[in-house]
Write a protein that binds this ligand. Sequence first.
Ligand code: FAD
Ligand code: MG
Length: 355
Amino acid sequence: MKRFYRKICVSLLVVISVAVTGCGKQTRYTAVDTVMGTIVTQTIYGAEDVTGRIKALLADLETKELSWRVVGSAVANINAAAGSGEITAVPEKLNQDLNTLLGISEKSGGAFDITIAPVVRLWNIDSWAAGVNPAEMESETTEKSAEESQNPSALIPTPDEISKALISTGYEQIEKTEDGILLPAGMSIDLGAAGKGIACDRIVEFLAKNKVDGAVVAVGGSVLVYGEKPDHTPWQVAIVDPLDTAKKLGVLSLAGQWCVSTSGDYERFVEVDGVRYHHILNPATGYPAESGVRSVTIVCKSGILSDALSTACFVLGIEDGMKLAESYGAEALFVDDAGNVFLTDGMKQIFVRKK
Ligand code: FAD
Ligand code: MG
């Protein structure tokens, strides 16, 4: 964990550089921060530095709405009311987002499921800091850490623990009303698979209201491109090679506003006895999804769809994942275990493979 925070601190030292682009009053503002347990990088082109306001917007979204970890957030209130018989009223936008996510659960046959929370807690995925393998980490944070450092297989829940946790999952058991939600006793929700996409949607609203000319904002694995660059060339979003994360597979060339989300088994994982356990779980088994896929990138206008679909498609695998993405009008790029790349037709128009 220390290494993760060191990485963040180094990033923070790079924070906020401002450079004049030479295009009239348009200035380029950049910032790097951490929000939602991930790194947020902003490049904004406009007359005013709005990076601080975007950071505040994201921090509010995390603490007031999305984080189950923050007492008093909408999601924490929903979880706390599980089994009470009382519907928890939800802010309007979040309510729409929950409806969207339940729709994806249905269309994906449960491959995407926000009620997977108890199983996520059991795997203790938060301790698998992004980009750091906990098996190699200086232990300090988790309750199990002393035991885990002696015996890495203690990181893996037992089949019995997983079966028990799975009993408290299942999106079909959610009672959803027009403006609220009720969970049965013992259940909880986790928006980790969609929260950064929701963040991108809220940023788009902000940028439009504040007349920003162009922006690239990366909220962890979800990247928003918006408006135009001063030189009017398309935005370039690099795609990491999941088989060798130091390399790029290629770039997406995008004009205007788009959201690009990637789910990969290299983001958060632990290796025990040569087996990689990653953070994208198959709700049918409670174990990391084994669909023959190493990463999925989704491109569409909506942040919540791009983020949730990238997770759903990872669980479903290439064939069913392609169908799901296409049913939402989204473009998809899959990389399989052998490094083969599979693209939807629209993706072929925007993906430029590195030679
Ligand atoms: P994605 O594929 O988008 O999502 C994977 C995550 O979704 C898993 O980690 C799990 O939580 C959940 N999930 C797994 N399988 C499924 C499934 N089949 N269906 C639905 N959901 C599934 N991390 C921290 O370590 N500390 C924090 O304080 C913290 N705060 C956060 C606050 C918010 C509001 C959010 C949204 C996330 C927070 N996170 C935190 C988690 C972290 O930022 C990312 O969510 C996590 O790294 C996964 O994102 P991803 O894009 O890599 O993967
Ligand atoms: Mg996702």
